[in-house]
Design a protein around this ligand. Structure first.
Ligand code: NAP
Length: 316
């Protein structure tokens, strides 16, 4: 059997790309300087597509891959995949859940500590030599404060466990109450924001959640509140967030994700009450390797006729 043809639409690390190249005829669409030529020459043969979690895959591209069978996402978020289109065409879509949950939850906790206890600011205070002149500012105790989690899924639950261990109170919202959890369910996002000291965004991106956190929600969060986002930039109305920070409507923000990465709204760069990370939720060697292994294992399973490991729920 000849190796199946696979198109790659995102930059991949060597620990995923090298094993893929060993077992598949890989076509690097991401790096290609002549994408239409690549599609004209190889499009008819392509049976698999590998993309990143943040990659947007247009249906125009998929239309040019008539033999495509499977999209394997290197990431848990698949908001860049046109799921309804895939369902209509009978395409399989897989992702890499679970293996990254702990690392992403750690980043959320890091952002709570960096904003809430002012660690990012305190670190700048030492480096700038200010400590030689005066003592550091006092901040607010985290124990006893409320973390409201938007999206109590795998990552949201792992965030809850960690913050609960720090003595924080946990409440959450989502489309429904989650079975088997003791955290309080608040059906309305604005109501959750109103009672939260930290509003932590952990739901999927995509059209259903676009700008769910809008000016009204930020206003309900108020001066006492900090927004933390480790999910997707699209979930927060970013201009409304910048405005809310500029006019003091909310207390601060800790952000790992942005609407137009790697571009960060300029006003945020100058704000002392904002902590910015470059989308590092799953960025450890161990987790990225596990994600790569799972991404390839799904392709391997499909082309060997074995059950897929992580078919996305909408297509299950
Ligand atoms: P998950 O297990 O599917 O959890 C998602 C949660 O969001 C579920 O509790 C779900 O509950 C809720 N939800 C879904 N649609 C919603 C909606 N329209 N409104 C409100 N809540 C909704 O996913 P996960 O593994 O925890 O990952 C969550 C997200 O984190 C991913 O989709 C990805 O975008 C992001 N992520 C970011 C990084 C990073 O590097 N920063 C890394 C990995 C993942 P209901 O279905 O009950 O509503």
């Amino acid at each position: 059997m000849p190796a199946p043809d696979v198109i790659v639409t995102a930059p991949l690390p060597p620990f995923l790309y090298d094993p893929l190249r060993a077992d598949y005829r890989c076509h690097d669409y991401y790096q290609s300087s002549h994408k239409p030529g690549l599609l004209a020459a190889e499009g008819q043969k392509i049976r698999g597509l590998v993309q990143g979690g943040g990659t947007v895959t247009p249906t125009d591209l998929l239309d040019q891959l008539p033999k495509l069978e499977i999209i394997s996402v290197f990431g848990v978020g698949y908001d860049g995949v046109p799921v309804d289109y895939c369902r209509r065409r009978g395409l399989k879509v897989t992702n890499t859940p679970d293996v990254l949950t702990d690392d992403v939850a750690d980043v959320a906790v890091g952002l709570v500590l960096m904003t809430g206890r002012g660690f990012a600011k305190a670190e700048r205070f030492v480096r700038s030599g200010e400590w030689e002149k005066k003592g550091p500012e006092l901040t607010t105790k985290l124990g006893g404060r409320t973390a409201g989690i938007l999206g109590l899924g795998r990552i949201g639950k792992a965030i809850g466990q960690r913050l609960e261990a720090m003595g924080m109170k946990i409440a959450y919202t989502g489309r429904k109450a989650q079975p088997g959890v003791h955290y309080r369910y608040v059906p309305d996002l604005k109501a959750l924001a109103a009672e939260s000291d930290f509003l932590i965004v952990a739901c999927p991106g995509g059209p259903a959640t676009k700008h769910l956190v809008n000016a009204d929600v930020l206003s309900a969060l108020g001066k006492k509140g900090t927004i933390v986002n480790i999910a997707r930039g699209s979930i927060i109305d970013e201009p409304a967030l910048v405005q809310a920070l500029q006019d003091g409507t909310i207390g601060g923000a800790g952000l790992d994700v942005f609407a137009d990465e790697p571009h960060v709204p300029k006003p945020l760069l100058a704000m002392d009450n904002v902590v910015l990370l470059p989308h590092v939720g799953s960025a450890t060697n161990e987790t990225r390797k596990a994600m790569g292994d799972l991404c390839k294992a799904n392709l391997d399973a499909w082309f060997a006729g074995r059950p897929l490991l992580t078919l996305i729920p909408e297509l299950a």
